[in-house]
Design a protein around this ligand. Structure first.
Ligand SMILES: C[S@@+](CC[C@H](N)C(=O)[O-])C[C@H]1O[C@@H](n2cnc3c(N)ncnc32)[C@H](O)[C@@H]1O
Length: 392
Protein backbone atom coordinates (compact mmCIF):
# COMPACT_ATOMS: atom_id res chain seq x y z
CA UNK A 1 0.00 0.00 0.00
CA UNK A 2 1.08 3.55 -0.71
CA UNK A 3 2.18 5.38 2.43
CA UNK A 4 2.88 8.72 0.78
CA UNK A 5 0.45 11.61 0.45
CA UNK A 6 -0.58 12.71 -3.05
CA UNK A 7 -2.02 16.21 -2.59
CA UNK A 8 -0.30 19.56 -3.11
CA UNK A 9 0.68 20.06 0.55
CA UNK A 10 2.51 16.74 0.59
CA UNK A 11 6.11 16.85 1.75
CA UNK A 12 9.02 17.15 -0.61
CA UNK A 13 11.01 14.51 1.24
CA UNK A 14 14.72 13.86 1.17
CA UNK A 15 15.64 10.24 0.47
CA UNK A 16 16.49 9.78 4.15
CA UNK A 17 13.15 11.19 5.31
CA UNK A 18 11.22 8.97 2.89
CA UNK A 19 13.15 5.92 4.07
CA UNK A 20 12.56 6.86 7.71
CA UNK A 21 8.80 7.22 7.16
CA UNK A 22 8.61 3.89 5.37
CA UNK A 23 10.62 2.23 8.12
CA UNK A 24 8.28 3.52 10.83
CA UNK A 25 5.21 2.47 8.82
CA UNK A 26 6.77 -0.96 8.31
CA UNK A 27 7.55 -1.24 12.01
CA UNK A 28 3.96 -0.38 12.87
CA UNK A 29 2.70 -2.93 10.37
CA UNK A 30 4.85 -5.59 12.02
CA UNK A 31 3.50 -4.63 15.46
CA UNK A 32 -0.17 -4.33 14.47
CA UNK A 33 -0.27 -7.49 12.39
CA UNK A 34 2.45 -9.95 13.49
CA UNK A 35 2.99 -8.95 17.13
CA UNK A 36 -0.76 -8.51 17.57
CA UNK A 37 -1.11 -12.13 16.41
CA UNK A 38 1.47 -13.20 19.03
CA UNK A 39 -0.43 -11.21 21.65
CA UNK A 40 -3.69 -13.01 20.83
CA UNK A 41 -1.95 -16.39 20.91
CA UNK A 42 -0.44 -15.54 24.32
CA UNK A 43 -3.89 -14.53 25.55
CA UNK A 44 -5.53 -17.74 24.33
CA UNK A 45 -2.77 -20.09 25.45
CA UNK A 46 -1.52 -18.53 28.68
CA UNK A 47 -3.25 -15.43 29.99
CA UNK A 48 -6.94 -16.38 29.68
CA UNK A 49 -6.47 -19.96 30.98
CA UNK A 50 -4.43 -18.66 33.96
CA UNK A 51 -7.17 -16.10 34.70
CA UNK A 52 -9.80 -18.84 34.49
CA UNK A 53 -7.88 -21.04 36.93
CA UNK A 54 -7.71 -18.15 39.39
CA UNK A 55 -11.25 -16.78 38.94
CA UNK A 56 -13.32 -19.76 37.86
CA UNK A 57 -14.18 -18.20 34.47
CA UNK A 58 -12.30 -16.57 31.58
CA UNK A 59 -11.92 -12.75 31.46
CA UNK A 60 -15.35 -11.22 30.94
CA UNK A 61 -14.45 -7.61 30.18
CA UNK A 62 -11.81 -5.53 28.45
CA UNK A 63 -10.37 -4.58 31.87
CA UNK A 64 -10.11 -8.23 32.94
CA UNK A 65 -8.42 -9.15 29.66
CA UNK A 66 -5.96 -6.31 30.29
CA UNK A 67 -5.22 -7.52 33.83
CA UNK A 68 -4.83 -11.11 32.61
CA UNK A 69 -2.25 -10.06 30.01
CA UNK A 70 -0.17 -7.63 32.07
CA UNK A 71 3.30 -9.04 32.66
CA UNK A 72 3.06 -11.58 29.84
CA UNK A 73 6.19 -11.30 27.63
CA UNK A 74 4.10 -10.99 24.45
CA UNK A 75 2.13 -8.12 26.00
CA UNK A 76 5.29 -6.38 27.22
CA UNK A 77 6.99 -6.61 23.81
CA UNK A 78 3.86 -5.52 21.92
CA UNK A 79 3.20 -2.57 24.23
CA UNK A 80 6.79 -1.34 24.50
CA UNK A 81 7.28 -1.49 20.74
CA UNK A 82 3.96 0.16 20.01
CA UNK A 83 4.63 3.08 22.34
CA UNK A 84 8.08 3.64 20.85
CA UNK A 85 6.77 3.34 17.28
CA UNK A 86 4.08 5.92 18.09
CA UNK A 87 6.72 8.40 19.24
CA UNK A 88 8.75 7.61 16.11
CA UNK A 89 5.73 8.47 13.92
CA UNK A 90 5.70 12.11 15.06
CA UNK A 91 9.48 12.41 15.24
CA UNK A 92 9.83 11.11 11.67
CA UNK A 93 7.93 14.07 10.16
CA UNK A 94 9.26 16.95 12.28
CA UNK A 95 12.25 17.78 10.03
CA UNK A 96 10.29 18.09 6.80
CA UNK A 97 7.60 20.20 8.48
CA UNK A 98 10.21 22.60 9.81
CA UNK A 99 12.12 22.78 6.53
CA UNK A 100 9.00 23.42 4.47
CA UNK A 101 7.32 25.83 6.87
CA UNK A 102 7.69 28.75 4.42
CA UNK A 103 6.12 26.95 1.45
CA UNK A 104 3.26 25.65 3.58
CA UNK A 105 2.62 29.09 5.10
CA UNK A 106 2.40 30.64 1.60
CA UNK A 107 -0.12 28.02 0.53
CA UNK A 108 -2.12 28.71 3.70
CA UNK A 109 -2.06 32.47 3.07
CA UNK A 110 -3.50 31.88 -0.39
CA UNK A 111 -6.41 29.94 1.12
CA UNK A 112 -6.99 32.31 4.06
CA UNK A 113 -10.40 33.34 2.71
CA UNK A 114 -11.71 29.88 3.49
CA UNK A 115 -10.81 29.91 7.21
CA UNK A 116 -12.51 31.72 10.08
CA UNK A 117 -10.51 31.60 13.29
CA UNK A 118 -11.82 32.70 16.65
CA UNK A 119 -8.90 33.88 18.80
CA UNK A 120 -11.34 34.48 21.69
CA UNK A 121 -12.30 30.80 21.85
CA UNK A 122 -11.04 29.02 24.96
CA UNK A 123 -9.49 25.89 23.47
CA UNK A 124 -10.68 22.98 25.64
CA UNK A 125 -8.12 21.06 27.72
CA UNK A 126 -8.71 17.77 25.90
CA UNK A 127 -7.35 19.47 22.76
CA UNK A 128 -4.32 21.39 23.97
CA UNK A 129 -3.40 20.44 27.54
CA UNK A 130 -2.35 16.83 26.88
CA UNK A 131 -0.23 15.32 24.10
CA UNK A 132 -3.12 13.42 22.50
CA UNK A 133 -1.92 10.07 21.09
CA UNK A 134 1.60 11.05 22.15
CA UNK A 135 1.67 13.83 19.54
CA UNK A 136 4.12 16.43 20.90
CA UNK A 137 2.34 19.77 21.39
CA UNK A 138 -0.98 18.14 20.51
CA UNK A 139 -3.42 19.92 18.15
CA UNK A 140 -2.38 23.37 19.35
CA UNK A 141 1.30 23.00 18.43
CA UNK A 142 2.43 26.11 16.58
CA UNK A 143 -0.74 28.07 17.42
CA UNK A 144 -2.32 29.55 14.31
CA UNK A 145 0.51 28.45 12.01
CA UNK A 146 0.28 25.38 9.76
CA UNK A 147 2.58 23.37 12.01
CA UNK A 148 0.00 21.23 13.86
CA UNK A 149 -1.83 20.46 10.60
CA UNK A 150 1.31 19.52 8.71
CA UNK A 151 2.57 17.30 11.54
CA UNK A 152 -0.83 15.63 11.77
CA UNK A 153 -1.16 15.05 8.01
CA UNK A 154 2.36 13.75 7.51
CA UNK A 155 2.31 11.79 10.77
CA UNK A 156 -1.03 10.16 10.00
CA UNK A 157 0.31 9.04 6.61
CA UNK A 158 3.18 7.26 8.37
CA UNK A 159 0.92 6.00 11.18
CA UNK A 160 -1.78 4.56 8.92
CA UNK A 161 0.53 2.40 6.78
CA UNK A 162 -1.53 3.19 3.67
CA UNK A 163 -4.71 1.79 5.26
CA UNK A 164 -6.44 5.18 5.39
CA UNK A 165 -5.99 5.96 1.70
CA UNK A 166 -3.40 8.05 -0.12
CA UNK A 167 -4.92 11.30 1.15
CA UNK A 168 -6.14 9.79 4.45
CA UNK A 169 -9.74 9.97 3.28
CA UNK A 170 -10.71 6.31 3.29
CA UNK A 171 -13.11 6.69 6.22
CA UNK A 172 -14.96 9.60 4.59
CA UNK A 173 -14.98 7.92 1.18
CA UNK A 174 -16.24 4.60 2.54
CA UNK A 175 -18.92 6.17 4.73
CA UNK A 176 -20.19 8.73 2.20
CA UNK A 177 -20.38 6.03 -0.47
CA UNK A 178 -22.37 3.83 1.90
CA UNK A 179 -24.82 6.63 2.77
CA UNK A 180 -25.33 7.73 -0.84
CA UNK A 181 -26.07 4.16 -1.96
CA UNK A 182 -28.16 3.17 1.03
CA UNK A 183 -30.26 6.37 1.12
CA UNK A 184 -30.42 7.63 -2.51
CA UNK A 185 -33.23 10.09 -1.67
CA UNK A 186 -31.15 11.73 1.06
CA UNK A 187 -29.54 14.74 -0.66
CA UNK A 188 -27.99 17.00 2.00
CA UNK A 189 -27.68 20.69 1.09
CA UNK A 190 -25.64 21.72 4.15
CA UNK A 191 -23.08 19.43 5.76
CA UNK A 192 -21.17 19.99 9.00
CA UNK A 193 -18.06 18.05 10.01
CA UNK A 194 -17.27 18.37 13.73
CA UNK A 195 -13.72 17.79 15.02
CA UNK A 196 -12.48 17.83 11.43
CA UNK A 197 -8.78 18.58 12.21
CA UNK A 198 -7.37 19.07 8.67
CA UNK A 199 -10.57 18.10 6.84
CA UNK A 200 -9.22 14.88 5.32
CA UNK A 201 -12.50 13.08 6.00
CA UNK A 202 -14.58 16.17 5.25
CA UNK A 203 -13.61 16.41 1.58
CA UNK A 204 -15.23 13.10 0.56
CA UNK A 205 -18.63 14.52 1.52
CA UNK A 206 -18.13 17.44 -0.88
CA UNK A 207 -17.09 14.94 -3.56
CA UNK A 208 -20.17 12.82 -2.90
CA UNK A 209 -22.59 15.77 -2.68
CA UNK A 210 -20.94 18.50 -4.82
CA UNK A 211 -23.90 20.88 -4.60
CA UNK A 212 -23.82 20.94 -0.79
CA UNK A 213 -22.23 23.67 1.33
CA UNK A 214 -19.69 21.89 3.50
CA UNK A 215 -18.32 23.36 6.72
CA UNK A 216 -15.53 21.80 8.79
CA UNK A 217 -15.16 22.92 12.41
CA UNK A 218 -12.52 22.23 15.02
CA UNK A 219 -11.54 23.78 18.35
CA UNK A 220 -7.85 24.00 17.37
CA UNK A 221 -6.78 26.66 14.86
CA UNK A 222 -3.65 25.22 13.19
CA UNK A 223 -5.29 22.20 11.59
CA UNK A 224 -7.96 24.43 10.05
CA UNK A 225 -5.43 26.86 8.57
CA UNK A 226 -3.54 23.95 7.05
CA UNK A 227 -6.72 22.09 6.05
CA UNK A 228 -8.07 25.04 4.06
CA UNK A 229 -4.92 25.09 1.93
CA UNK A 230 -4.96 21.31 1.59
CA UNK A 231 -8.60 21.42 0.42
CA UNK A 232 -7.91 24.26 -2.02
CA UNK A 233 -5.01 22.32 -3.51
CA UNK A 234 -7.39 19.42 -4.11
CA UNK A 235 -9.88 21.75 -5.79
CA UNK A 236 -12.43 21.34 -2.99
CA UNK A 237 -14.59 24.26 -1.86
CA UNK A 238 -14.98 23.71 1.90
CA UNK A 239 -15.13 26.31 4.68
CA UNK A 240 -13.04 25.83 7.85
CA UNK A 241 -14.23 27.44 11.09
CA UNK A 242 -12.78 27.42 14.61
CA UNK A 243 -15.61 26.43 16.93
CA UNK A 244 -16.40 23.93 19.66
CA UNK A 245 -18.67 21.06 18.70
CA UNK A 246 -20.26 21.11 22.12
CA UNK A 247 -21.20 24.81 21.75
CA UNK A 248 -22.05 25.39 18.11
CA UNK A 249 -22.58 28.95 16.88
CA UNK A 250 -25.08 27.81 14.25
CA UNK A 251 -28.84 28.36 14.43
CA UNK A 252 -31.32 25.55 15.07
CA UNK A 253 -32.24 23.41 12.05
CA UNK A 254 -29.45 24.68 9.80
CA UNK A 255 -27.83 21.41 8.55
CA UNK A 256 -28.95 18.24 6.80
CA UNK A 257 -25.96 16.16 7.84
CA UNK A 258 -23.79 16.44 10.93
CA UNK A 259 -20.81 14.14 10.60
CA UNK A 260 -17.75 13.27 12.62
CA UNK A 261 -14.91 10.81 12.27
CA UNK A 262 -12.71 9.48 15.07
CA UNK A 263 -13.85 12.41 17.17
CA UNK A 264 -16.18 11.40 20.00
CA UNK A 265 -13.57 9.25 21.78
CA UNK A 266 -11.40 12.36 22.33
CA UNK A 267 -14.14 14.16 24.30
CA UNK A 268 -15.00 13.92 27.97
CA UNK A 269 -18.33 12.28 28.74
CA UNK A 270 -19.90 15.69 29.38
CA UNK A 271 -18.53 17.22 26.14
CA UNK A 272 -19.69 14.18 24.17
CA UNK A 273 -23.25 14.42 25.46
CA UNK A 274 -23.26 18.16 24.69
CA UNK A 275 -21.84 17.64 21.16
CA UNK A 276 -24.53 15.07 20.36
CA UNK A 277 -27.26 17.35 21.73
CA UNK A 278 -25.87 20.19 19.60
CA UNK A 279 -25.92 17.95 16.53
CA UNK A 280 -29.58 17.23 17.20
CA UNK A 281 -30.34 20.92 17.62
CA UNK A 282 -28.72 22.10 14.39
CA UNK A 283 -30.19 19.31 12.26
CA UNK A 284 -33.25 19.97 10.15
CA UNK A 285 -36.12 17.46 10.27
CA UNK A 286 -35.11 14.57 8.01
CA UNK A 287 -31.44 15.29 8.67
CA UNK A 288 -28.86 12.70 9.64
CA UNK A 289 -26.29 12.68 12.42
CA UNK A 290 -23.52 10.22 11.57
CA UNK A 291 -20.35 9.31 13.46
CA UNK A 292 -17.56 7.01 12.39
CA UNK A 293 -16.07 5.70 15.58
CA UNK A 294 -14.47 2.86 17.45
CA UNK A 295 -16.94 0.06 18.02
CA UNK A 296 -18.44 -0.27 21.52
CA UNK A 297 -17.10 -2.72 24.10
CA UNK A 298 -20.58 -4.17 24.60
CA UNK A 299 -20.45 -5.70 21.12
CA UNK A 300 -16.96 -7.19 21.32
CA UNK A 301 -15.22 -10.04 23.09
CA UNK A 302 -13.14 -9.21 26.18
CA UNK A 303 -9.90 -9.55 24.18
CA UNK A 304 -11.00 -7.49 21.16
CA UNK A 305 -12.37 -4.82 23.48
CA UNK A 306 -9.10 -4.71 25.39
CA UNK A 307 -7.13 -4.59 22.13
CA UNK A 308 -8.82 -1.30 21.20
CA UNK A 309 -8.84 0.05 24.77
CA UNK A 310 -5.03 -0.36 24.85
CA UNK A 311 -4.76 3.25 23.63
CA UNK A 312 -6.53 4.53 26.71
CA UNK A 313 -3.82 3.15 28.97
CA UNK A 314 -0.68 3.55 26.86
CA UNK A 315 -1.30 6.09 24.09
CA UNK A 316 -2.44 9.23 25.92
CA UNK A 317 -6.11 8.76 25.00
CA UNK A 318 -7.73 9.32 28.39
CA UNK A 319 -11.32 9.30 27.14
CA UNK A 320 -11.05 6.31 24.79
CA UNK A 321 -12.22 3.56 27.13
CA UNK A 322 -14.91 5.68 28.77
CA UNK A 323 -16.32 6.33 25.32
CA UNK A 324 -16.10 2.67 24.28
CA UNK A 325 -17.94 1.62 27.44
CA UNK A 326 -20.90 3.78 26.43
CA UNK A 327 -23.69 2.47 24.21
CA UNK A 328 -24.24 4.41 20.96
CA UNK A 329 -28.05 3.91 20.85
CA UNK A 330 -28.28 5.33 24.38
CA UNK A 331 -26.07 8.30 23.44
CA UNK A 332 -28.35 9.12 20.50
CA UNK A 333 -31.53 8.75 22.56
CA UNK A 334 -30.13 11.02 25.28
CA UNK A 335 -29.42 13.66 22.59
CA UNK A 336 -33.08 13.70 21.56
CA UNK A 337 -33.27 11.19 18.68
CA UNK A 338 -36.09 8.65 18.63
CA UNK A 339 -34.78 5.13 19.31
CA UNK A 340 -36.55 3.87 16.16
CA UNK A 341 -34.48 6.29 14.04
CA UNK A 342 -31.12 4.93 15.22
CA UNK A 343 -28.79 3.43 12.58
CA UNK A 344 -25.50 1.57 12.88
CA UNK A 345 -23.40 -0.38 10.39
CA UNK A 346 -19.93 -1.64 9.54
CA UNK A 347 -18.55 -0.59 6.15
CA UNK A 348 -15.72 -2.35 4.36
CA UNK A 349 -12.81 0.02 3.71
CA UNK A 350 -13.26 1.25 0.13
CA UNK A 351 -9.49 1.31 -0.41
CA UNK A 352 -9.00 -2.30 0.66
CA UNK A 353 -12.18 -4.04 -0.51
CA UNK A 354 -13.23 -1.73 -3.37
CA UNK A 355 -16.45 0.16 -4.13
CA UNK A 356 -18.27 -2.95 -5.23
CA UNK A 357 -17.99 -4.49 -1.76
CA UNK A 358 -20.03 -1.60 -0.35
CA UNK A 359 -22.62 -1.82 -3.13
CA UNK A 360 -22.87 -5.61 -2.69
CA UNK A 361 -23.33 -5.24 1.04
CA UNK A 362 -26.24 -2.86 0.52
CA UNK A 363 -27.79 -4.86 -2.33
CA UNK A 364 -27.79 -8.08 -0.31
CA UNK A 365 -28.67 -6.25 2.91
CA UNK A 366 -25.77 -8.12 4.46
CA UNK A 367 -24.76 -6.74 7.81
CA UNK A 368 -21.16 -7.08 8.92
CA UNK A 369 -20.94 -8.04 12.58
CA UNK A 370 -19.57 -5.26 14.76
CA UNK A 371 -17.72 -7.60 17.07
CA UNK A 372 -15.17 -8.91 14.62
CA UNK A 373 -11.48 -8.28 15.10
CA UNK A 374 -11.19 -6.22 11.89
CA UNK A 375 -13.77 -3.59 12.97
CA UNK A 376 -12.08 -0.32 13.81
CA UNK A 377 -8.69 -1.99 14.10
CA UNK A 378 -6.00 -0.42 11.95
CA UNK A 379 -4.49 -3.56 10.43
CA UNK A 380 -4.91 -5.60 7.24
CA UNK A 381 -8.64 -5.88 6.43
CA UNK A 382 -9.89 -2.91 8.46
CA UNK A 383 -13.62 -2.11 8.43
CA UNK A 384 -15.23 1.09 9.72
CA UNK A 385 -18.00 1.30 12.32
CA UNK A 386 -20.64 4.00 11.93
CA UNK A 387 -23.66 5.00 13.99
CA UNK A 388 -26.13 7.84 14.20
CA UNK A 389 -29.77 8.70 13.74
CA UNK A 390 -32.19 10.55 11.52
CA UNK A 391 -34.05 13.47 13.07
CA UNK A 392 -37.82 13.27 12.76
C1 LIG B 1 -8.70 12.52 16.18
S1 LIG B 1 -9.01 14.13 15.66
C2 LIG B 1 -10.27 13.87 14.44
C3 LIG B 1 -9.75 13.52 13.13
C4 LIG B 1 -10.59 13.57 11.93
N1 LIG B 1 -11.95 13.98 12.10
C5 LIG B 1 -10.50 12.26 11.21
O1 LIG B 1 -11.41 11.95 10.49
O2 LIG B 1 -9.50 11.54 11.34
C6 LIG B 1 -9.94 14.91 16.91
C7 LIG B 1 -10.16 16.40 16.64
O3 LIG B 1 -11.19 16.86 17.48
C8 LIG B 1 -10.88 18.18 17.86
N2 LIG B 1 -11.66 18.50 19.06
C9 LIG B 1 -11.56 17.97 20.30
N3 LIG B 1 -12.50 18.49 21.12
C10 LIG B 1 -13.23 19.35 20.37
C11 LIG B 1 -14.36 20.15 20.62
N4 LIG B 1 -14.93 20.21 21.82
N5 LIG B 1 -14.87 20.88 19.61
C12 LIG B 1 -14.31 20.84 18.38
N6 LIG B 1 -13.24 20.11 18.08
C13 LIG B 1 -12.70 19.36 19.06
C14 LIG B 1 -9.38 18.16 18.06
O4 LIG B 1 -8.84 19.47 18.02
C15 LIG B 1 -8.95 17.26 16.91
O5 LIG B 1 -8.65 18.01 15.78
Amino acid sequence: MNVELRHGMKPDLTADEAARGRFVSGLRSLILNDLAGDLKAAYDRRAAPAWERAHGKPPQTSSEAHKALRGDPAFNIYSAMRVQAQKMVWASVADSVEREAGRLASAAAAAAGKVKLNPALAVPKNVGAIDVHLMPGSYTRGGETVEAGAVYDRGLAVFSMGLMGANLDDIGLSMSRYISLKYPDFQPRRILDTGATIGHNTLPWKQTYPAADVIAIDAAPGGLVYGAARAAMQGQDVEFVQMCADRLDFPDASFDLVWSSMFLHELSKKQRAAALAEAYRVLRPGGLMLHMELPPNAEMSAFDGFYLDWDSWYNEEPYYKGYRDEKPPELCAAAGFAPADYVQFVVPSIGIYGEQAIADMIATEAAEAVGQATTGRLAEGVMWFGFGAFKK
